[in-house]
Design a protein around this ligand. Structure first.
Ligand code: FAD
Ligand code: SF4
Length: 334
């Protein structure tokens, strides 16, 4: 049985106090929201904080405000269950409701938060293992070791961004509010991620993610498709988020963002551009699906084979776009 190491738990009641505590304790401290990813990682000694700054007592971090007409603000401490069941989100931003509702299991979605999902650690078959397992292979550079066991000649870590909601929020054009010791800033969520399996977030460790903001829905259609071995609770090994803004039957703006194929969500920019100003015809959809799979370059460090994950990228983009166009799915065609 894996046990938690000892640590000090601090429970501030305001976001400002949480930030102050993080600044006071520096690299010894970590933030914890629902703890559904952080505590298992501590049990495996992937994280070894001496101090945890708990966010659960901070009321200002939980809750959903606004409307689809004006834009919606979701507090980072809002649970995944509350996010997925919120009527305005389910109706106008269905990709987000789907992604939040597909994370893990009902129990973990009741504890896990949207902020924790946005900031969740990257994953790799050689890293998400017990301490003893990792020790037996002499560790790797993400924790306790020197080299990358997936690409031994590589100077960097290729652990995989495995959040379900991150690619969706990126495709929706979401922004995030970060509160740090010197004040707050708002950045596009696309600027929150770095292409590095270790330093995967472009925020300072003492910055608290307070809110996630969705722009007005205005002609938005969105979908999220997830590939995993067990439909009941696995992490994604591929996530495809598609968001279109429509003027009638014409696509005004399109974003296709791929999850779990790199150390950060990857936008298929060329595929999105192909759609702009066009009607969704079967020929265009095939073209966009092929182009959309271009940035999907999974490595052999998560579940299922990487050629299969690459192939399924094209299938998922095509499937999402055909559904938007009211065309039959591949199986109905056969
Ligand atoms: C069996 C199992 C299956 C899972 N399946 C999935 C899955 O299918 N898809 C998926 O996406 N995830 C999955 N997870 C991971 C996890 O449950 C979710 O990502 C969850 O949303 C994490 O939220 P949390 O509030 O529990 O975060 P925590 O575990 O509390 O924190 C996660 C990380 O985010 C940081 N953090 C949390 N809140 C903030 C904040 N407000 N500001 C700055 N940093 C913050 C923490 O410091 C930590 O680094 C799974 C976990 C388990 C154990
Ligand atoms: S990609 Fe390499 S360095 Fe990163 S966790 Fe996996 S084995 Fe370790």
């Amino acid at each position: 049985m894996m046990r938690l190491p000892s640590f000090t738990y601090l429970a501030p009641v305001s976001a400002a106090d949480a930030v102050k505590l993080m600044a006071d304790h520096g690299r010894d401290a970590m933030l914890v929201a629902g703890g559904t990813d952080l505590y298992p990682n501590m049990k495996r000694r992937q994280f070894e904080p001496k101090v945890l700054v708990g966010l659960r007592r901070i009321k200002e971090l939980a809750g959903i405000g606004g409307t689809a007409a004006t834009g919606i603000t979701i507090g980072s401490g809002t649970t995944l269950t509350a996010t997925s069941l919120h009527p305005e989100i389910a109706r106008h931003y269905p990709a987000l409701a789907t992604a939040a509702g597909l994370v893990s299991t009902p129990q973990l979605r009741n504890m896990g938060t949207l902020g924790g999902n946005v900031c969740v650690d990257t994953r790799c078959n050689y890293y998400n293992q017990s301490y003893q397992w990792r020790k037996a292979v002499n560790f790797c550079m993400k924790k306790d070791g020197e080299i990358c066991l997936v690409a031994p000649g590589s100077p960097r870590c290729w652990a995989v961004s495995s959040s379900d909601t991150a690619p969706v929020l990126w495709s929706l054009g979401a922004t995030v509010r970060l509160l740090g010791p010197t004040g707050q800033r708002v950045v596009p969520i696309s600027a929150l991620y770095r292409d590095d399996g270790i330093e995967y977030l472009a925020k300072r460790p003492d910055e608290l993610l307070t809110d996630i903001m969705l722009p007005p829905a205005d002609g938005l259609r969105s979908a999220y498709l997830k590939l995993r071995r067990r439909g009941s609770f696995d992490f994604p090994v591929l996530g495809v988020a598609v968001a279109l803004r429509m003027d009638g039957e014409v696509v005004r703006e399109a974003r296709i963002v791929l999850g779990a194929v790199a150390s950060l969500p990857r936008e298929a920019i060329d595929a999105g551009r192909l759609l702009s100003g066009q009607r969704l015809t079967p020929e265009l959809i095939d073209d966009v699906a092929s182009r959309g799979a271009g940035p999907s370059k999974p490595l052999d460090n998560t579940d299922l084979t990487h050629p299969y994950r690459k192939k399924m990228t094209r299938v998922f983009v095509r499937r999402a776009l055909r559904a938007f166009a009211g065309l039959p799915s591949e199986s109905e065609q056969a």
